[in-house]
Structures are given as structure tokens and as C-alpha cells.
Write a protein that binds this ligand. Structure first.
Ligand code: SF4
Length: 634
């Protein structure tokens, strides 16, 4: 009921956060009206509050260098006609050092813009129906949808017009300009494959069926660290979608929390009142009896296997793999020429690539752009996502985009995968998670790490994020690894995947079938041991690992596996039988000095009674064993 939302809102309304106070001082329109003046008088004439907040309402971001702005441009449905794409490329060449980023919301960013040029850039974008308005701060961000809706064979509901209808409601409308408590993300996916990252949104419309009709189930409350939860609402046509969208966005505007900015996404309002009460409020405010949920049909992850998608009209959409989304104006112009000649269009994707829609197979050898980007057509690049990183974003702690490319190049060379493999690497340069690292098969969150007394770039490594039915955030596998070690850990994981995968099995499916049987710490231990002792045969992963037998079993198992791998020329059968004596250990360690440091530890994990360790503590925990491994191999 709305009364529940009011009560929750009042409870969190004791004080306003700084941004809300700033927003109450003036309207963003005042800043927009001054843009020409700022352009004339130069960067130094812009007040701090405009640089820090109000310009962002219009998608204009002050970046690390003075007078070097980033502009994030909304592209409804990720769709660019050949003419639009050509003009976008030309604008990037003319004003933005020929640089274009494709982002995770199917839009693009121009960089290196001078304030003197920004009015002209806005005008040129406006001429082709594009604008950066409301792509930053407390606004309804670009709505993500399946870029191949209406074209792809698994697309059941065309969503372009629904997205346009929703966008029309708020885009460039002063009454919706930065009025929300926080940003608001929306996704709509009318296809079986999740090509819209739809479970990660504050509001997700997810393909479903009910009584023989296709429509959408409503999911709410996704954000970094949380996948959206299913509600008990089903909508069957665009009118219902738009009504539901308007109702929810109004409720969020009116009752979303405005005290602590770290806890004011829709998720927190839902958490405070419960999803059922929120549904009651939706029905009450809309005065409409929405049907109860149907069966969710979005079933599989986005799968860019060969980047060539057959369309309903027997032509193809060819994916141009753009590493880390780093594109250029010149190549956008080239892509526009191809789209023009084949009578097609361009669609930007949430994983920072682009489709040229409408090509034939013969076209693939005809156009240079396919050759140029074809070299990235391998599983490490196909589904890779990386946020802006420290060079472009003040929050970033690692460079990120180059780091992601470096790892993908390293793996392409050292652990090449067959093209029937799929692995999704997602990189964010800070916990804000714009690189959607939580839903990657393997996610990376940038951190600073101490290595030999120096602060170096590193990452937390996450594993097991899912995007299909049963979408969920990944879990942290390894904390704070320097990037040089990240290479080693991920190579090891990819070797395991390559050796054990079934034909056509994606990493996500492999993770479900094999790796998910392992407690995370055991997997962590295996990777860390293999990194510490490259001279030994690597510890393997096995199918159906019997973790249910308990920690004592696991530690003994690991101990025996290590013992089996000790160098040739030594007979350690006794170890496997848990009868390794101190003297045999001494002899062994003399011949293999590095292991001398961990002798006591090996004995311990082999289950050998050591008088210094009491019986109760012998199998202290896998985490302790990992800590000890790190200590002795430093
Ligand atoms: S994740 Fe952090 S560093 Fe990356 S774009 Fe977002 S805020 Fe910036």
C-alpha cells in the first residue's frame, strides 16, 4: 500500500543528503541556459557545482584533465541509422580526437571535448535526433533492450516502439530532469537470450508467457551486487508496460529515500517495505488490475559464439567486436558506409560491441571493417566488458580497459579456446561496478595492492555470475591479486575449462557442472598453490568433487594430491597412506629447498600428527591453510 511507502519514506527523511540540498538550490535548466556563456568565457568560468553535478544532468562530465569533457549520448534502442552513425563519427573526429567509447547501456561516449565546442556538439547531435540529456546523475538512464529484437529468430516481442514510448515520457522533460533520488536503470528483453542484461536493472521487463500469450514478467531492484527479484506481475502489451513503468518511476520519485546516497536505489525502498507491499502500491496508484506473473521465458545468457546471427529475413547481423568498447569516429564512419550499402543499420550492444544488421555472408570478406575487428573474434574478446577506468573516471583505481585487453590478448596467445567456447569477462575499475563485474562468468573489480612494498594495480576476482534464468551475482574467489597474478589465476582457470569442457559448453555451464561443486576456498587454494609452485604438476579439478564429505576430508585430499606431485626420484607412497615421518620429510626438503619452508604445513595437511599442533586444531580450516600458503611462499 502507498501508506507503507509513506511510512518508510518518513523514517528515512530525517535529513537530506548533500546532493539533495544542492538540487533544491537551483534547477539544472539554469545551468543549461548558461552553457553558451561558459563556452564563451572558458573552462575557468564554470562554477564547481555545475562541474560536479548540474552538467552531468545533461550527460556532460568534467574529467580528470581540465577542460576535457566526456559526453554520454543516449541512443534509444542502441539503433543508429547509417546517416546518424556517419554524423556521429564525424562529430568524434571534429571535436573529440576521433575517439568513441561504446558503453554498457547501448550508448556511446565522446571524450576530450572542450567547453568552447560543447554547444556546437549538442547542436550537431540534435540535428540527427540524438542528445546526451539525462544520461548522468539522478535520471532515468538509457533503457536497454535486445539490439536484435524484431530481427533475431528467438525474438518474440518487438520492443523498439515500447522503448521509444517510455523514453518519450521523460526525455528532455524538465519535470523529470534529475528529480529522482538516484539513477534508475531499466531493461526490457522480448527474446529468449538475455541480450539486454535485464536482471541487473532497477526495473526489468522479462519475456514471459501466460495463458498462451507472450508478455513480460516484472522484475525489480537490481543493482551492483543484487540481481532483480521477480514480482507477481505480468504485462501483456505495450500499454500495460508503459503504465507500469510510469507508475513505478512515480513511486520511486515520490518515496525513494533522500538521506544516504549509498542506500537510496530502488532496492532499498523495496527492502524497507517488502516486494508485496510495493506491488500493492503499484495497483493502488495505477488503479489497474495487472495480471499475476506468468512463466519467465528468458532462459539463456547472451551468447556471442561466432558473432553472426541469422535473421528472420535470411540475412545476418554481424557483430563487430570492439575490445573494451574503445572505438573511433573514423571506424564509425566506415561502419555507417557498410550499413548504408547493405541497406541495414547499426545496433550498439550492452557488452560494448556493435552489430551491423542486414549483411550477407559475402559481405564479410568485402568490407575492411570486418577484417580489422575480425582479429578479436575469439571467446576472450567476444563478451568482454570494461568500464572507463582511472584515466577517464575519477573513481577508477586501475586503468581497466587496457588491463582487460592485455589479459584477453595474453589468453588468446597462451590458452587459445575453440570457437565453441563462451566466456564472459567483465571488468570494473572500482566497486561502483559500471563494468557489471558481478554478472561476468569471471568478474574483476579493480583495487590497489601492495607488491614488494609498492602500490600496484590489482583486482578482486569473482566467479559464477549468471545472466540467464536464475541470474545471480558472482562470488569473490580471490581477493586483491596484483594484475600479474590475475593473469596466472585466470590462465589456470581457462586451462581447466579447456581441458574439461564438453563440446559447446559455455564457461557458465561448465561452472555449474564442475566448479560449483567446490567450496570457493578450495578453488582458491588450488589456484594459489599452482601459482606458487609452477615447478610441480598443477593440482587438478575433478568432476563431482565430494565437498559434502567435509573439511577434514578436503584437507586430507589436498595433502595427498600435493604429495603425489612431489618431484620424481622420491618415493612418497607413505604420505598417501598418512604415514609420512619427520625423517622422510627432512630428506625430501633437503632436495627441494623451496618446499622446506612449508614442510610443517604439508605434514599438517597430510594429516600427520605434529606434536606442536593439538589434535583439535589440526584441521583448523581451509582458510588458515591458504593464509599459511601465502605466508610461506612470499
Ligand atoms: S566502475 Fe568506477 S571507475 Fe568504472 S566507470 Fe564506474 S565509477 Fe568509474
Amino acid at each position: 500500500m502507498v501508506a507503507d511507502l509513506i511510512e518508510a519514506f518518513q523514517h528515512r527523511s530525517k535529513k537530506l543528503n548533500k546532493i539533495e540540498k544542492l538540487k533544491s538550490k537551483k534547477s539544472p535548466i539554469d545551468t543549461l541556459n548558461k552553457l553558451e556563456e561558459y563556452a564563451k568565457n572558458g573552462y575557468s568560468s564554470i562554477p564547481k557545482e555545475d562541474l560536479d553535478f548540474f552538467l552531468k544532468s545533461f550527460g556532460i562530465f568534467d574529467r580528470n584533465e581540465p577542460n576535457s569533457f566526456m559526453m554520454r549520448v543516449r541512443v534509444p534502442n542502441g539503433k543508429l541509422t547509417p546517416h546518424q552513425a556517419k554524423r556521429v563519427g564525424e562529430i568524434a573526429i571534429k571535436y573529440g580526437q576521433d575517439y568513441i567509447d561504446i558503453t554498457t547501456r547501448m550508448q556511446f561516449q565522446l571524450r576530450f571535448l572542450k567547453i568552447e565546442d560543447i554547444p556546437a556538439v549538442l547542436k550537431e547531435l540534435d540535428e540527427i535526433g540524438l542528445s546526451p540529456f539525462q544520461t548522468g546523475v539522478d535520471n532515468i538512464r538509457t533503457i536497454i533492450t535486445d539490439p536484435l529484437n524484431q530481427f533475431a529468430k528467438d525474438s518474440y516481442i518487438e520492443t523498439d516502439d515500447i522503448v521509444l514510448e517510455m523514453t518519450k515520457f521523460f526525455w528532455k522533460k524538465p519535470e523529470w530532469l534529475s528529480v529522482l533520488p538516484r539513477k534508475f536503470n531499466i531493461g526490457i528483453n522480448g527474446s529468449i537470450a538475455n541480450r539486454a542484461n535485464v536482471f541487473a536493472q532497477d526495473l526489468g521487463f522479462v519475456l514471459a508467457s501466460k495463458n498462451g500469450e507472450y508478455g513480460f514478467n516484472l522484475y525489480l531492484g537490481g543493482k551492483v551486487g543484487e540481481t532483480a527479484k521477480q514480482t507477481n506481475i505480468f504485462v501483456k502489451n505495450s500499454d500495460e508496460v508503459v503504465l507500469l513503468f510510469k507508475t513505478i518511476i512515480t513511486l520511486f520519485r515520490d518515496y525513494g529515500f533522500r538521506d544516504n546516497r549509498n542506500k537510496n536505489r530502488l532496492f532499498y525502498l523495496l527492502q524497507a517495505v517488502g516486494i508485496e507491499k510495493f506491488e500493492e502500491a503499484i495497483r493502488e496508484v495505477s488503479n489497474y488490475d495487472f495480471a499475476t506473473a506468468g512463466t519467465t521465458l528468458v532462459d539463456i545468457e547472451n551468447q556471442n559464439r561466432d558473432g553472426l546471427v541469422e535473421l528472420k529475413n535470411s540475412r545476418y547481423a554481424k557483430l563487430v567486436i570492439v575490445p573494451s568498447g574503445i572505438f573511433s569516429g573514423s571506424d564509425m564512419v566506415k561502419a555507417s558506409q557498410v550499413a548504408d550499402e547493405v541497406g541495414g543499420e547499426i545496433r550498439l550492444t550492452y557488452d560494448q560491441n556493435l552489430y551491423i544488421v542486414g549483411v550477407t555472408k559475402d559481405d564479410l570478406s568485402k568490407y575492411e571493417i570486418f577484417q580489422k575487428y575480425g582479429k578479436f573474434d575469439n571467446p576472450y574478446f567476444q563478451n568482454m566488458v570494461a568500464c572507463a577506468g582511472s584515466k577517464e573516471c575519477p573513481y577508477g583505481v586501475i586503468e581497466n580497459k587496457p588491463d582487460a585487453i592485455k589479459l584477453a590478448n595474453y589468453l588468446s596467445e597462451n590458452v587459445p579456446l575453440e570457437n565453441n567456447s563462451i566466456v564472459r569477462f567483465h571488468w570494473s575499475a572500482c566497486p561502483k561496478g559500471c563494468g557489471i563485474h558481478g554478472i561476468g562468468d569471471i568478474g574483476f573489480e579493480g583495487v590497489r595492492v601492495k607488491q614488494n612494498g609498492e602500490s600496484v594495480s590489482g583486482a578482486h576476482i569473482f566467479i559464477g555470475g549468471k545472466m540467464g534464468k536464475g541470474a545471480r551475482e558472482g562470488k569473490r574467489l580471490i581477493k586483491s591479486a596484483p594484475l600479474s597474478d590475475v593473469n596466472i589465476y585466470v590462465s589456470n582457470l581457462m586451462k581447466i575449462y579447456r581441458e574439461m569442457k564438453n563440446s559447446n559448453e559455455s564457461f557458465s555451464e561448465f561452472e555449474n557442472r564442475v566448479l560449483s561443486h567446490y567450496p570457493l576456498q578450495v578453488l582458491e587454494f588450488i589456484l594459489k598453490f599452482n601459482r606458487a609452485f609452477p615447478e610441480l604438476a598443477p593440482l587438478k579439478v575433478i568432476e563431482n568433487f565430494p565437498a559434502w564429505k567435509g573439511e577434514k576430508y578436503i584437507i586430507e585430499y589436498l595433502g595427498k594430491e600435493i604429495a603425489k606431485r612431489l618431484p620424481k626420484g622420491h618415493k612418497f607412497e607413505a604420505v598417501a597412506q598418512k604415514m609420512w615421518s619427520h625423517s622422510s620429510m627432512d630428506k625430501f626438503c633437503l632436495s627441494f629447498p623451496k618446499l622446506d619452508k612449508i614442510r610443517r604445513w604439508i605434514m599438517d595437511i597430510c594429516g600427520i600428527a605434529d606434536k606442536a599442533i593439538s589434535k583439535e586444531n589440526r584441521y583448523s580450516s581451509i582458510s588458515e591453510v591458504i593464509k599459511e600458503l601465502e605466508r610461506v611462499t612470499q
